[in-house]
Design a protein around this ligand. Structure first.
Ligand SMILES: O=C(O)[C@H]1O[C@H](OP(=O)(O)OP(=O)(O)OC[C@H]2O[C@@H](n3ccc(=O)[nH]c3=O)[C@H](O)[C@@H]2O)[C@H](O)[C@@H](O)[C@@H]1O
Length: 407
């Protein structure tokens, strides 16, 4: 920002010729006054990036934390939380599904660092904790490059630096489950030879690697089996059910007939959806616990996909009918986490009700659809920022923030 200001002042000297104490002429002959210039400089200074107030932690308590995939949907929410807690956060992301916009409000902050890095290559940095979230999570994304999805090298980094390593595993390790709800002790029912295998099986292998590293190299590991999660900052092209249904319902308002929510298969398959802030609470509690076996993190509130489509249609206020498409190969037919372990071990359970979370997510997507220019920002403010802003006198996020609707 200081550099921009210097540049601006330099431009002023270059482009304006002072002919009197009060009046200036630009090189193209236009007239302006010192007062006008001062006003513009003040506006420029006022637009300088201000960050949400972060907690001060002394060196004793402050950790260096790497978040792989930190520019993604879940990653960016985790980064917000860790930054607010006062830690030093390093994001490594290759921007395959992550976006700079998700974390740009921290760029330049002294506790924050962003590295454009593909985690299939080794990364040599010293950190205390690693949240390994990097991996495409949406079926169309991970099926797009199945070979890459299977590659998993970053555990080498954990071995070298001896950081505590939290692996973002998935409910997909249970495959199309024959046991319901799913407990961590269930071994799963996964097809090793099909379009979902690249994701399901590589996450299972990764869990196996975590176990092996823990045993052989004494790495401290944590494994979160994450169930379906939704919230602001999901990618518009994510392809998963929450963003698809919301966007299709929202666009239907502008009479795009083909954008009615499409249900794959009968719509009788079930999912249980957790709001992203609940997931973040769970991940941080797990990381800071002393438990190194897999833990389910999800919301046990279960719906059929058809029910879910109707709920979203109602909340959006769309009056389209539902359309059905061919079923997806190996689509799990029922999914609901048993979260007894997380409750007893971490004293964690989800707090955000589906309707509350969906309303926030719908508001976010409504704003996304309104963004028409590069300079416009659909800034999502997590509730914690608002709490923190009570403590701080000046909490604004970016000068270009363009919040059209309250979340
Ligand atoms: O969101 C997640 O957390 C999970 O998303 C996917 O798993 P899946 O449950 O199949 O996610 P979706 O693609 O959102 O599908 C959910 C259900 O909705 C259906 N669906 C999806 C999209 C759509 O437009 N219409 C539709 O009916 C799917 O067939 C499926 O039955 C990933 O494979 C998981 O790893 C990830 O953890």
């Amino acid at each position: 920002m200081a550099l921009t200001l210097v540049q601006y002042r330099f431009d002023v000297v270059l482009h304006y010729v002072m002919v009197s104490r009060k009046t200036l002429f630009t090189t193209d002959g236009k007239q302006t006054t010192i007062a006008q210039l001062e006003e513009r400089i003040q506006a420029l200074e006022a637009s300088k990036t201000q960050y949400p107030e972060v907690t001060f932690l002394s060196y004793k308590d402050r950790k260096r934390i790497l978040v792989t995939g930190g520019a993604g949907f879940v990653g960016s929410h985790l980064v917000d939380r860790l930054m607010l807690q006062g830690h030093e956060v390093i994001v490594a992301d290759n921007f395959f599904t992550g976006r700079k916009r998700n974390i740009e409000h921290w760029i330049g902050h002294e506790n924050f660092e962003l590295i454009n890095h593909d985690i299939v290559n080794p990364l040599f940095i010293e950190v205390d904790q690693i949240y390994h979230l990097a991996s495409p999570a949406s079926p169309p994304h991970y099926m797009w490059n199945p070979v890459k999805t299977i590659k998993f090298f970053i555990l080498g980094l954990a071995r070298r630096v001896r950081a505590r390593f939290l692996f973002a595993s998935t409910s997909e390790v249970y495959g199309d489950p024959e046991v319901h709800p799913q407990k961590e002790t269930y071994f799963g029912n996964v097809n090793s030879f099909g379009p979902r295998a690249c994701y399901d099986e590589s996450k299972r292998v990764a869990e196996a690697m975590c176990y092996a590293y823990a045993k052989q190299e004494r790495i401290s590991i944590r494994i979160a089996r994450i169930f379906n999660t939704y919230g602001p900052r999901m990618h518009m092209n994510d392809g998963r059910v929450v963003s698809n249904f919301i966007l299709q319902s929202l666009q239907n308002e502008s009479i795009t007939v083909r954008n009615t929510p499409y249900i794959y298969g009968t719509g009788k398959q079930t999912r249980s959806f957790a709001y992203v802030s609940d997931l973040i609470d769970g991940l941080i509690s797990l990381m800071n616990s002393n438990y190194s076996s897999p833990v389910n993190i999800g919301n046990p509130d279960e719906y059929t996909i058809e029910q879910f489509a109707l709920i979203i249609k109602d909340l959006v206020g769309a009056n389209s009918s539902l359309a059905f498409k061919e079923a997806v190969t190996d689509d799990p037919q029922q999914r609901r986490p048993d979260i007894t372990l997380a409750k007893t071990l971490l004293n964690w359970q989800p707090r955000v009700k589906l309707i509350e979370g969906l309303n926030k997510t719908i508001a976010y997507f409504r704003n996304e659809l309104l963004v028409k220019h590069h300079s416009e920002r659909n800034v999502y403010f997590p509730t914690e920022w608002i709490h923190h802003s009570d403590l701080s006198t000046t909490v604004t996020v970016t000068s270009a923030s363009n919040l059209r609707e309250e979340f």
